[in-house]
Every structure is written in C-alpha cells, then in structure tokens.
Design a protein around this ligand. Sequence first.
Ligand code: ATP
Length: 296
Amino acid sequence: MLRIKNLNKSYNTRKVLDNLTFNIQPGEVYGLLGANGAGKTTTINIICNLLKADHGHITINNQPISENTKKLIGIAPQENLLYKTLSCAENLQFFADIYGLDKLTKQKQIETTLKAVNLSDRINSPVETLSGGMQRRLNIAVALVHQPQLIILDEPTTGLDIEARYEIWELINQLKNQGLTILLTTHLLDEAERLCNRIGILKNGKILAEGSLSELKKFIPGEEVLVLQTSEEEEAISIAEKWGFPIRRYGGDLAFLLPEPLELKEILTKFDTIPIDSISRQPIRLEHIYVEITKE
Ligand code: ATP
C-alpha cells in the first residue's frame, strides 16, 4: 500500500531523514516509534505531499506521491485540526467539502464516522464543549470522513489522560478490525505494543529495526529480564558474569537477561551469597527491545 524507499531530508545542513525505507501492507497497523526529533512528523509531511524530500521514492497504491494522491490519505495530526466554535457535524462537513464529497455521500459519511468514533450523540455540540478525549476522537473522524485508503495517526494519545487513552486505543483496534491500513506514530512503547502489527524503530531519521513484536525480540540476547535490588551490586554483577547473564540498566535498575526462563529457586541459589532486597522477573517487552536497539 505505502512504499518508502531511501528518503532523505535535510533542514539546512542538518540531516533529519537518512535513507529512510519502509513499507506498509494493506490492512496493517504500522507503528513508527521514535523519540522527539527522530523524524516522524517530517516523514508524515512528505507522505502527505506537504513537504518535498531531497531524494527518495514514495508510492501509495503504486502511484508516486502528488496532489492526486492526497485524497487517498486521511491524517489526524498531533495538534487537533478542528474549528472550536463549529459543531461536530459542521467540522466534518467542512472537511468533506474540501474532498468534494457529494451531498448524499457527505451526509452518510458524517453519520458513519461520528458513529465509528462514538460521538453520534454529540453531532450538534460545538467542539469547545467536548472533552479532550472526545476532541481527539473527532480529529480521527476528520481523517476518516472521505474514506481514505491509508489513515495516518500522529501521536494520537499524547496529552490525554489514561481513560481517554483507552478509548482511543479501543477505537484504533476497531478500525484495525475493519481492515483499515494505519500508520501510527508514537513515542509510547505500550501504545505501539498494543496496537501495531509491525513496528519500525526510528532514530536520527533511520529505521534501526522493524518487525512484529516477536520478530523484534531477536534483538535481545535473552528470554526473560531479571531485575534485582541489592546493596551488593558489584557482587551481583560478577555472579551474573559467571553465569553468562548479559547485564543491563533499565531506568537505573540493575537487570540481567536470562538466556532461558529459570525456576525462582534456581535463581535464588545462584545469588545466595548476597543480600537481596527484591527480585522481579519480567517477560521481554518492547521497552527492553527499544533500549537494546537504540543504545549507542
Ligand atoms: P516530535 O515527536 O517532537 O514531533 P518528530 O520525530 O516528529 O519529533 P520531526 O518533527 O520530524 O521529529 O523533527 C525532526 C528534526 O528536524 C528535529 O530535530 C527538528 O528540530 C527538525 N526540524 C523539523 N522541522 C524543521 C524545520 N522546519 N526547520 C528546521 N528544522 C526542523
């Protein structure tokens, strides 16, 4: 559906996209995961033909990106693109007019998209009377109104409270189940983990690794993470070295990667020469993979 090959972009002398390459298959949710400044918004602006790349190729449904391909894409930008004094229906009507929907299709699409984002009962409410989560859902409805082939959700839950975030996740899962193709950018690891079929880890304008969560797990030399709190960290590290457990720090916590899941008794026996304040075992998660891949 979307093919991006060797995309390069510099602002003055600063390179922000560096031979960026990835593909999105029809019906998949692809997560572009990267820290602030990694190049996510620049990539989106180029896909939407709002910004020109210096080099590289992008096609959507085998057509090179141009003014003509804009209608194939629906975007929900990071900052809501809504008119606050207009109602939900009026906002959708405005965007439907931009895309040239005829009167009947427009009416049907306003009703369908408001239903999809669970705002049918607010059809005539001005945007300024909606909660932050509702406004974000309406922002997604705007992206859907002209029935595009690819939906781009740029950091869809940034700044929302946890309840509103769950609602957006539920909505994205519904869109996914309907077979929509979605490019989702986020810096939230749990969001990418929950929603995406495949994830591309972006740093300094380059995809460092991509794949499904299970494919990305191969970047970690271990099957399980063991987090240990002890007053004898140096001794714990030398025990881990003796057993060949790779040593890591996650947010300051001392952790070891276990090559295979071990019985707790077995672990305690290995560390029985030091005092242990706490021990926790965690499955490999995207946060561990992300740290592994993005470390220098
Ligand atoms: P964020 O999550 O903070 O939005 P991002 O991954 O979307 O980050 P971009 O907005 O694409 O990153 O920015 C990539 C880099 O390019 C950043 O260092 C940013 O400062 C720089 N940049 C973006 N737009 C411009 C511009 N118009 N002129 C100069 N530099 C820019």
